[in-house]
Design a protein around this ligand. Structure first.
Ligand SMILES: Cc1cc2nc3c(=O)[nH]c(=O)nc-3n(C[C@H](O)[C@H](O)[C@H](O)COP(=O)(O)O)c2cc1C
Length: 412
């Protein structure tokens, strides 16, 4: 029996590719146009070097923090992903894994499991919405999440319906019944592990979105929900204030890339933002989120909590984001690969990889606590920051990069 444990997120991804039907795998790879933003999200982390100490390391390290007042064991929380058919336990397994590792679950309104089941698995769940449907529908959906006990609302507004990928988009059926399964057989049959997981539960992935179900009605299909969203006029800044009032609790605005938008988010009354480009799924050629983080954290980090997401695959990535001003990071594909590879245990495995890497980084950089990470721990190449909207902070980051000791200087 092969060892179910994997040592890196890259290995989890390889296993996910083997296990999942190519259409499901392709939907997780996602991306848009040339895929430049997805690549930059990952590659930008490789441009940042670190400056470890050789002695004087702390025997114990504190990796804990709080996110909107909720204590978390490490600064890594689950980013909402609206995906279907990855695993029969879906977001419930992810929520349990996050609870077992002492952190927060982010649940997409396009997810495959109802908010009530996810809250039962992890009381620290944030519910994510897009601006879709009428205001009455929005109120009904967020009221339902509030009744279920969701602790915060994530509002994602960075989607521009950009479509078309140079490497091709997966073909996903509107509904999965036995007839469609048969039609998709060439895609599904070479992936017996995936098929068996559903067969064991006597289940077929139904590709509906239960969190958009109207009272007394049927849950819409994924594509039905997507169509409703496309028909909804895009939100304005005053709509963020409106939704915050309706929700009556903490709101996270996800998808901020510019300093001027971060400042408007503060004015609109949000409690936190995530610097994010939707994992490279929105406008291609948007620079990596980690490049925008320092300028944004400097501009608004003393007023609201600033998170980032996009490209986190290692604990060292988490350390770099925290050093550049993130209070926490949100992970997307990393946990999806873990879920596909080994269900709940696979997601826990991913958390353990990130925790181990973060702990090594804090240790090697000579700190006793996560909170001590700072830009001087990093070798930041000139021009690394791509601050969108003019600000002094980019100059400061670049000045710091220019004066930071170069790797050769640090060695001698
Ligand atoms: C397959 C897929 C589905 C996603 N669905 C959602 C969603 O429903 N709501 C949302 O706010 N973000 C969604 N995202 C974006 C993620 O929350 C997150 O911003 C992104 O995955 C972070 O990048 P990473 O995958 O490199 O970690 C999705 C991302 C992927 C890959």
């Amino acid at each position: 029996m092969p060892n179910a444990w994997f040592e890196t997120v890259a290995e989890a991804q390889r296993r996910a590719k083997r296990i999942l039907p190519s259409s499901v795998y392709g939907a997780l790879v996602a991306g848009s146009e040339k895929g430049l933003t997805i690549d930059d999200n990952i590659n930008a982390f490789s441009e940042l070097g670190v400056r470890p100490h050789v002695l004087g390391h702390a025997p114990e390290r504190d990796l804990s923090t709080t996110v909107l007042g909720i204590p978390v064991s490490m600064p890594v929380i689950i980013s909402p992903t609206g995906v279907q058919a990855v695993h029969p336990d879906g977001e419930v397994a992810v929520a349990r894994a996050a609870a077992n590792r002492g952190t927060i679950m982010g649940l997409s309104s396009f997810a495959s499991k109802p908010v009530e089941e996810v809250l039962a698995a992890n009381e620290n769940t944030f519910f994510q919405v897009y601006w879709t449907g009428t205001k009455d529908q929005m109120i009904q959906r967020i009221e339902r999440a509030k009744r279920a006990g969701a602790k915060a609302l994530i509002v994602t507004t960075d989607w521009s319906f950009s479509n078309g990928r140079d490497w091709g988009s997966p073909s996903i059926p509107e509904k999965l019944d036995l007839k469609t399964m048969f039609k998709f057989a060439p895609n599904v049959l070479p992936h017996p592990t995936w098929l068996l997981r559903y067969a064991k539960k006597i289940d077929i992935p139904d590709l509906t979105v239960p969190n958009l179900q109207p009272p007394g009605g049927e849950a819409p299909t994924f594509f039905g929900a997507y169509y409703e969203w496309m028909q909804t006029p895009p939100p304005q800044w005053e709509d963020i204030t409106w939704i915050k009032e309706q929700w009556g609790g903490p709101v996270v605005l996800k998808g901020v890339t510019r300093i001027d938008d971060a400042k408007r988010a503060v004015d609109a009354g949000v409690d936190a933002i995530s610097v994010s480009n939707h994992g490279g799924n929105d406008l291609d050629t948007t620079p990596a989120a980690i490049r925008q983080l320092p300028g944004i954290a400097e501009a608004v980090g003393d007023q609201i909590e600033v998170y980032m997401d996009g490209g986190i695959r290692r604990g060292m990535d988490v350390a770099k984001a925290v050093a550049l001003g993130a209070r926490a990071v949100m992970i997307g594909r990393a946990y999806l690969w873990g879920l596909a590879a080994n269900g709940q245990a696979g997601v826990e495995n991913v958390f353990d990889i990130l925790r181990g890497g973060l702990d090594s980084a804090v240790l090697g950089l000579g700190h006793g606590s996560l909170r001590e990470l700072n830009p001087d721990d990093l070798v930041i190449p000139p021009g690394f920051g791509r601050t969108l909207a003019t600000s002094e902070s980019e100059d400061k980051i670049d000045a710091r990069a220019n004066t930071a000791p170069r790797t050769e200087d640090a060695v001698h």
